[in-house]
Each structure stands twice: as C-alpha cells, then as structure tokens.
Ligand binder design. Structure first.
Ligand SMILES: [Fe+2]
Length: 133
C-alpha cells in the first residue's frame, strides 16, 4: 500500500509542496522496502533519510511561519515536535526488531496517518494565511 499525492493537498507554497511530495515519495519507499522484506540496512537507510528530511522540512516551515508572524506558529511547532518524538519511538522499534510487519503497521499509524492529516488540515491553513499575507 502506498500513499498517493493529490492536488487537494497543495498548500500553494511551492517549496512546501515540493517537500511534501518528496516526503510522500520517501514514505512510500520505506513502506515498500519494509513490506518487501528488504534488509535491515537498506530499510534503515531510508528511515534515516526520512528522519533528517523531516527535520529540514519542519525547520523550513517554521521559518516561513515566523517570518510571516503566523499567529498559530507555537501550536503548529508543538505538532511538529510531537511528531519528531513519535519518529524516535518508531526508530527505537526498528532498531530493536528490524523491518517487521509490526514496524510497517506502526509506520502507517505514526507516519502515514499523521502526515495526511497534518498536511490536509494544519499545513493548508498555514498556506492560506501565507498566501494572503
Ligand atoms: Fe507542518
């Protein structure tokens, strides 16, 4: 199962939309590699890239929000921080057990569900604000 990018997920901010698409692509690679039973090292490398990419992406979003004086900045940043903590838990599970079925299920729950919801609601709201500003 893969996640599909659709235009209704666009925030209207080119940099952010490009990064979201890249995130989708990487998440799909992670899901595919772990579902197809590829080695721990290969799946681990994808997971590591994803974690680093998320940090960069969140930092870029937060910078744009601060520059624009976005009133929901603090709340939005809290959501990012909570997600980063969840990613740490996912990584711990991976390090303990490798790319198991449980890891795939957890990835879907922690990463896929969150990403779709966050982009569709919270990031789009920020995009709307920024385009008006
Ligand atoms: Fe965000």
């Amino acid at each position: 199962m893969a996640i599909q990018w659709t235009r209704d997920l666009e925030t209207g901010i080119a940099l952010i939309d490009e990064q979201h698409k890249e995130l989708f692509d990487r998440v799909n690679k992670l899901l595919a590699a772990s579902s197809e039973g590829r080695g721990k090292e290969e799946v681990g490398n994808i997971l590591k890239f994803l974690e680093e990419y998320v940090v960069t992406h969140f930092a870029d979003e937060e910078k744009l929000q601060q520059e624009a004086g976005y009133p929901e900045f603090a709340a939005h940043k809290r959501l990012h921080d909570a997600f980063k903590n969840d990613l740490v838990k996912l990584k711990e599970e991976f390090e303990a057990s490798g790319p198991t079925l449980r890891f795939v299920v957890l990835t879907n729950k922690i990463v896929v569900d969150w990403l779709m919801k966050h982009i569709a609601q919270v990031d789009k709201a920020f995009g709307k604000y920024l385009r008006k500003a």
